[in-house]
Design a protein around this ligand. Structure first.
Ligand SMILES: Cc1cc2nc3c(=O)[nH]c(=O)nc-3n(C[C@H](O)[C@H](O)[C@H](O)COP(=O)(O)OP(=O)(O)OC[C@H]3O[C@@H](n4cnc5c(N)ncnc54)[C@H](O)[C@@H]3O)c2cc1C
Length: 494
């Protein structure tokens, strides 16, 4: 008898789980509450424009275990164009002073040494740390599956990395910049404004630049929606079953063994295994009613910091607007947009580099800023409507300030709030990448299996602080590897 796996959630983690489960001969059914798959990896069309929500950079566009997953799941194939931006972001302070983040480390080092000559030695040390971290490769197999020989080989390869781990493994960016001893106030101001304002892991910061430098974190032309669609096509081509507009309300458990799920219309779907690739909090405290928690899970959901949700205002503009960078961050600390005071400023993103976003001689520009969940959690529908109108008005003014005269060319304006994300994907408190990778939890992943519960695995961004598409894709694969082990089957990727 072929065993059946029910997968809750058709985001990138759920689609990945579905594809690998089909490749390994399981009957599968993905149950997705929205009308489309992709979860937070999404975009929406408005009057011929496409407004992308997720994809800016995808770790694994060039090589490594993530690249294998992207190829196996059809995220990357021969027809996909990948671009690596030269400039990652341009930052501006309140006085309009510019600071550039280049993706190429040699170029960035040279730029930084000119920007802050008195810190040249320290800048070179920081860039050397970033180069060393290029030795870090994510594991391709889950814990418990790694071959000893390979682990030892990778330990030798990663001796420089071990030093980095020992030095900075439990430091945040702010502490790291202090350890570096930068003297130039402007340099410190810019670095701290983006990376140092919260407990953001120094190692995550260092590793990020190694990926960019290796051109292994590019952008896929077409963006998020086509990416999710390619995964969906792959899953359906493998004859996986997909049920959309259906919400799972409960995971059926008998004698501590997962037996299936209950849907919002009361139907029960029986299964031999359940993978939840939906929101972590909703799974543990909702669908499993808080019956299966250990100290780590409860500590994580109680104490670990979350990403602050965002508001995205997307503009369709009937004119080509040129830009030298895909993203600008304006560190204007008390800019008011709607009810939010933008503590970390706001970003203006111009999608000039992706011709599929705007038709003909037109442009898509997006303004994005953080807006704490507390402002949104109890808002009533009337106030919400007024707030969205106010956001549009304020964001138009911000855009006009950046590009004088642009207002006359705005054809469409679309406001997506933290509530939009929560309503469409169920993500807890609008935290679009789950737990913040902090100095305390970067290496502290949450297990895919839940103590005391058999035939059940979790997948998705909530297992790995820092979240994002790579852990989502990888955890879907790993969940199926665990099930193959339980079934004494050899795991296949083809
Ligand atoms: C603005 C923004 C920018 C981002 N930029 C990047 C980036 O550049 N690079 C990167 O790697 N990552 C980025 N991310 C993060 C990335 O999108 C997420 O981490 C990733 O998509 C999470 O995938 P997931 O499958 O774990 O979860 P989700 O995408 O949240 O998917 C969960 C799915 O489960 C469904 N679901 C929930 N509850 C139920 C239920 N009860 N029944 C049935 N279905 C249910 C939801 O509808 C959803 O489809 C960004 C995210 C956002 C929002």
């Amino acid at each position: 008898m072929t065993k059946k796996i029910v997968i809750i959630g058709g985001g990138v983690a759920g689609l990945s789980a579905g594809i690998y489960a089909r490749l390994n001969g399981f009957d599968t059914e993905i149950i997705e509450m929205h009308s489309i798959t992709g979860g937070q990896c999404t975009a929406w069309n408005r009057k011929g424009y496409r407004f992308d929500y997720c994809l800016h950079w995808l770790v694994g566009t060039r090589n490594g275990p993530f690249n294998d997953i992207w190829k196996e799941t059809n995220v990357i194939n021969d027809s996909i164009k990948i671009i690596d931006h030269e400039v990652h972001t341009k930052l501006f302070d309140e006085a309009g002073k510019e600071f550039i983040i280049y993706t190429d480390l040699n170029r960035w080092e040279e730029y930084l040494c000119k920007f802050a000559p008195e810190d040249s030695t320290r800048i070179k040390r920081m860039c050397a740390d970033m180069r060393k971290s290029a030795f870090i490769q994510p594991y391709s197999d889950p814990p418990g599956f790694r071959k000893l020989g390979r682990t030892i080989a990778s330990m030798f390869r990663t001796i420089p990395v071990m030093i980095l781990f020992m030095r900075y493994g439990r430091k945040n960016c702010n502490e790291y910049f202090r350890m570096m001893g930068f003297k130039n106030e402007s340099l410190l101001y810019f670095l701290n404004s983006i990376f140092g304002s919260r407990d953001f892991s120094a190692l995550a910061f260092i590793m990020m630049f190694a990926w960019f430098n290796q051109k292994n974190a590019g952008y896929l032309i077409g963006g998020s929606r086509p990416l999710a669609q390619r995964m969906t096509d792959r899953y359906l081509d493998l004859n996986g079953i997909l049920r959309t507009q259906t919400r799972v309300t409960k995971i059926v458990v008998e004698k501590n063994i997962a037996k299936g799920v209950i849907l919002n219309d009361g139907t029960e779907i029986k299964a031999d295994y359940v993978i939840s690739a939906s929101d972590g909090h909703a799974t543990i405290f909702g669908m499993l009613e808080g019956q299966y928690i250990d100290k780590k899970i409860s500590d994580a959901y109680k104490n670990w910091e979350l990403f602050t949700p965002i508001v995205q205002v997307s503009f369709g503009i009937n004119k080509i607007i040129k830009s030298e960078a895909p993203s600008e961050t304006w560190i204007i600390k008390d800019q008011i947009i709607g009810m939010t005071k933008t503590g970390n400023g706001y970003s203006i993103m111009n999608y000039y580099f992706d011709p599929t976003m705007a038709p003909g001689e037109k442009s898509v520009i997006v303004i994005r800023y953080e807006s704490p969940w507390e402002l949104w959690k109890d808002i009533d529908s009337n106030k919400y409507k007024i707030e969205k109108e106010q956001i549009e008005k304020d964001a138009r003014a911000v855009l006009e300030k950046r590009y004088p005269g642009i207002s006359d060319y705005i054809e469409v304006c679309d406001v997506a709030t933290p509530l939009t994300d929560v309503n469409y994907t169920g993500v807890w408190k609008g935290s679009y990448e789950g737990f913040m990778p902090s100095s305390k939890n970067l290496m502290n992943n949450i297990n895919a299996s839940i103590p005391g519960l058999k035939n059940f695995y979790m997948a998705g961004q909530w297992l790995f602080p820092g979240g994002g598409l790579p852990p989502a894709g990888q955890s879907g694969k790993w969940a199926v590897q665990y099930i193959c082990r339980d079934e004494h089957k050899v795991f296949r990727t083809k």
